[in-house]
Structures are given as C-alpha cells and as structure tokens.
Write a protein that binds this ligand. Sequence first.
Ligand code: PLP
Length: 374
Amino acid sequence: MTHALAVGGNPSSVHAKGRAARAITEEVREKIARLAGARADQVIFTSGATESNNLALFGAVEGSLAEDQVSKNGSGRITRIFVSGIEHSSVLATADRLAERFPWVKTQRLAVTADGVIDLEGLRVALREGKGHTLVAVMAANNETGVVQPLADVAKLVREAGALLLVDAVPAAGKIKLDFSLCDYMTLSAHKIGGPQGAGALVVRENAPLQPQMMGGGQQKGLRAGTENLSGIAGFGAAAHTLDDGEGERARIQHLRDHFEVALKQAIPEAVIFGVTQQRLCSTSCFAIPGLTAETALIGLDLDGVMMSSGSTCSSGKVAVSHVLAAMGVDENLAGAALRASFGWSSTIEDVNAAIASLVKLHERASKKQSEAA
Ligand code: PLP
C-alpha cells in the first residue's frame, strides 16, 4: 500500500507514473480473479461489497431493461428477485429498493432451514411458480453463523430456470474455494480478508446484464467510473496474496474455534451453537447463553478485553435481534442472547481461554441475579 501511495499515479494516465499505477491495478486484478475462481477481465474494483451488491442488483435490473428493448418481446427484463432471508442488508435493502423503484419488479425472500441453510426445495418451487426473468441472490456462506451454502445445487436450479445468480462471497473468500463459473455476479470485500476498508470488487460474467451506476470518466470499461483507489486496491491484492498458501493458518483458526466451542459447552452445557451440524467457515462461532442477554454480555466481555459481536458486525453498533437468526426461526429471547466470536490470524489460544473465562463469569453473575429475583 505504501508503494502504491508512493507511485501515486492515475492508472488511466499514459505517462510513466500512470503506467506504473496501471501495472499495480492489473496485477491485483489477476490476484482477485484467482481468489474468485474467475478471469481478470471479469473483475471490477469498487469501494467495497456494499457498492458491489448495489451495482450487481441495480445494474442487472437496469441492464436487463436495455436487453428488453433489443429483444422487444419483454423476455429480457428482470421482473423477479429472489433473495435468501439470511443475505447481508446491502442485498436485502437494495432488493427492496428495486421493487419500490421499478413497479414490475417483485422481491421474494427465500426460506432457510433451522440450521441456516437455504431451503433448496423452496427455491425450486419459487423458480417453477409464476413467470418472469429472475435474479437469485444466495451468499456463499453466512457472515453471522458461518454456515456454508450449497452453491453448486443452487446454481444448478438457477441455470435450469434460465435465471441469473448473484453470490455474495464476502465472508467465504479465502476460507473456502470459490468457483465463479457457478454464478453471474460475485461480490468481495478487502477488509474481510485482512485488507483495508473501502475496497472491494464485483466479478461479472461477460454478457450478464450490467448497467453502470457510476457515470463519469469511463474507467474500468465504463462499468464503474472514477479514478481507482490505488492504495486500497494494492492492499486488497496483498491480502489476497497472503491467502494463497493459507491452508495451515485455516487449520489453526478452525482448531481455535473448535476448542472454544468444546470449552463453552463443557462449562455451560445449556449454551446453544447455531448451525453447528452444518459445514461452517473455520473462523466463526455464533452462540447464545440462555439468560445472558447479548447487550450485557458484550459490555462485560469488553470490560475483560474480549471483543465479540452480536448480530452482524456491520450493524453491531446497535444490539438488535439478528435477521439471520429470525429467518432460521430462532426464538426471540434466544436470538437476543446471540453472540458471534470471530477467529483470525491474530487470535491465540490465550484469547480463547480469556473469552471462556469471561463468559463463565458473566453467566454465573446472570444466573445469580435471576435466582435472587425469583
Ligand atoms: N456482505 C457481507 C456478507 C458482509 O458481511 C459485509 C460487511 O461486512 C458486506 C457485504 C458489506 O461489505 P463492505 O463493508 O465492504 O461494504
């Protein structure tokens, strides 16, 4: 990143500094393509996954209108958007906004099982019922529970129906292998793989409808105008590069997560771990201790120097019941106690032990309060 700042050129300039800047963006484009299982020419740099999801959804719907004008038979225009109920708010809110903006677009939430996996039968039925060109959004793995979604099965159903597929791969990137050939649009964010905030990418299949949402200087083949965030892109590339041989590190992180969950259940047998029966990302544990509210726990943990989240990080400034757990049908009281522990490259076994000790103390305190009140 400091090298990119020192280069300082604009990748669109033809002079030497511009060419040096372009070399950085193109090298990173290759790395991000490798991370996504895609080709470099399919990668568009953005300001993060929120922008990428907005660009994919608005871009697809508006792009399909243009196709419609060419085909003149109305078959090209997207009229249905199916989103899994556990998608990030940048997908859910954008889909809702599209339905408000374009009266012919209907948005439908797809059900998930109690374990947090997309209900494939529900998707099959939704695709079969009714008519209309459809865009489906299913994330590769959930950011709150870590539950990995059956993307190959989803992609098969979507292809058979002639629909389009958007995959938010933000939490999954670098933790499981991504295969862009399954989908039409894929979103990535640098800060979720250890890179800087404010950088991300949208990967787009050629010929997939995509109307640009940022108009201006025509950068990135006119699909996303604006001078590229060179140092952010460089940091995104550096983070992606470190993931290339991260197998050992992923195993170490998974060991820490598993150790945390075993110790939690041993100390507090009534603790509930969400999605535990499913394949999950190595880095995530979403759990609840009945009787210990998330708000009380987060304050107590923080005082002990332990940082956890409730619900999704992006909205954890406020302690609200998670829409992901609600979609999984988790009881409201239990969902109000849900916490998320994330394990990463800087986590150690001492951190895990400190977290368990703090949770045990908070649980004892909450239980004592409850028995005094009874
Ligand atoms: N999608 C998911 C699943 C996320 O967890 C996040 C945020 O962390 C985003 C999208 C938004 O990413 P960004 O913060 O880069 O806008």
